[in-house]
Design a protein around this ligand. Structure first.
Ligand SMILES: *Cc1c(COP(=O)(O)O)cnc(C)c1O
Length: 395
């Protein structure tokens, strides 16, 4: 303790303690560094601070050592160089819009896109002077014919998060690059484990860390990952201007889950495939929409570009069942909860009215679609639960 410190009032010494953190303590957990204000050693350091430099700490909202530990790992998983965290997957999507496009720009979006992305884009088109057009997700290299001089951004999603068509990502990315159009992919489905879009020519990968990265159904977080310094800076500037960030506590929970993500993903993948095969053989089911199945649109691209599928797939029920019967089936399930946000240990089921969600491409099925998320329960119990609910609701 210095002389001046020892003469201070007790209250001041509570605010300015003379505590040394125990040297020699080590553990596997990442320290939680909460911060609003980041403290600078002197004013020269304040004036030299450059927001572009990820190695400098400026403000708790922008980054802390805890968030940096997470962004570094996310960039590694996807084979990128930079990552930014946002408070939800949707805000990561929003960050892409506000970082990359301005009024008058044109944006192309796959018709099977995650619905809140469509809602966001339509809002920007209606109120902020953006041109927004939807394309058939199976368009492949044909996207070149849709690119206009003012096209700035092309979104991709692989596969579509409800209907599971797998686009030809390298073909779309190449057509975009040839015309200097930025590509962003919603890569939440594969968690960056089973598909690495940056290696297929995509500029920005978006993750809802809410899903597999969290793994506990208790965190909301998103990320943008890129290998381009220029795009990283554009996203980072927009993120600062909008004033979004994440808590170190939430980052530490995601960091705790990340080492087990691959093992969990593989378990989800195995169980989902088992349930999908079981459903395929059932007379109640008209189609199983799983990218690993040969009749899934884009199956060839899936086989070429992906290493696994994870826990998510959909089925289309035979058209003889009414939407009310399918609702009764979903409500009769005991092990599958009704909810949207997947990626945790618990299985989920949700019916969707796909025809009302599209504007550009034809939806070929007439029966009701139910999306399943297969959690970490025992496979045989899940199949038995579905069989029981079918018997109860569908006769
Ligand atoms: C869940 C999800 C999001 C959004 O994530 P939130 O954290 O819930 O905002 C975006 N895209 C896809 C494909 C998702 O499944």
């Amino acid at each position: 303790m210095t002389d001046s410190a020892s003469s201070r009032a007790r209250q001041t010494r509570i605010v300015h303690p003379d505590v040394e953190l125990s040297p020699g303590f080590e553990s596997f957990s990442t320290p939680v560094m909460r911060a609003s204000t980041v403290v600078f050693p002197n004013l020269a350091a304040v004036r030299a601070a450059d927001w572009r430099n990820d190695g400098q700490w400026r403000y708790g909202l922008h980054a802390t050592p805890t968030s940096a530990a997470l962004t570094q790992r996310l960039a590694q998983i996807e084979g990128g160089r930079y990552a930014l965290l946002q408070p939800s997957g949707l805000s990561a999507i929003s960050n892409v819009y506000f970082g990359i496009v301005k009024a008058g720009d044109d944006v192309l979006i796959p018709d099977n896109v995650y619905s809140p992305n469509r809602e966001h884009a339509n809002w920007l088109a209606h109120d902020f002077g953006l041109s927004v057009r939807y394309y058939d997700p199976m368009i492949g290299a044909g996207i070149a014919g849709l690119i206009r001089p003012n096209t700035r951004l092309i979104w991709l999603e692989a596969p579509g998060s409800v209907t599971m068509e797998v686009p030809d990502v390298p073909a779309i990315a190449a057509a975009a690059r040839a015309r200097n159009v930025v590509t962003a992919i919603d890569n939440t489905y594969s968690a960056g484990l089973a598909f690495r879009p940056l290696e297929h020519g995509v500029d920005i990968s978006v993750q809802a860390l809410t899903k597999y990265q969290s793994g506990g159904s208790d965190i909301l977080m998103g990320a943008t990952i890129t290998a381009s310094e220029e795009l990283h800076h554009e996203l980072k500037r927009a993120r600062m201007r909008v004033g979004i960030g994440v808590s170190a506590d939430d980052c530490s929970l995601v960091l705790r889950s990340l080492p087990s993500m691959k093992a969990r993903f593989e378990a989800h993948d195995r169980s989902a495939l088992a349930l999908a095969h079981w459903l395929k053989a059932r007379p109640e089911i008209a189609a199983v929409l799983h990218p690993a199945f040969e009749d899934c649109p884009g199956h060839a691209a899936f086989k070429r570009d992906f290493t696994a599928a994870g826990g998510l797939f959909s089925v289309v029920f035979d058209e003889r069942y009414s939407p009310a019967q399918i609702d009764a089936f979903v409500e009769a399930l005991e092990l599958f909860a009704i909810g949207w946000s997947w990626g945790g240990a618990h299985s989920l089921a949700m019916p969707y009215d796909i025809a009302s969600m599209r504007s550009e491409s034809q939806w070929p099925h007439r029966g009701v679609l139910v999306r399943f998320y297969v959690g970490l329960e025992d496979e045989a119990d899940l199949c038995a639960d579905v069989a029981r609910a079918m018997a109860a609701a569908l006769g």
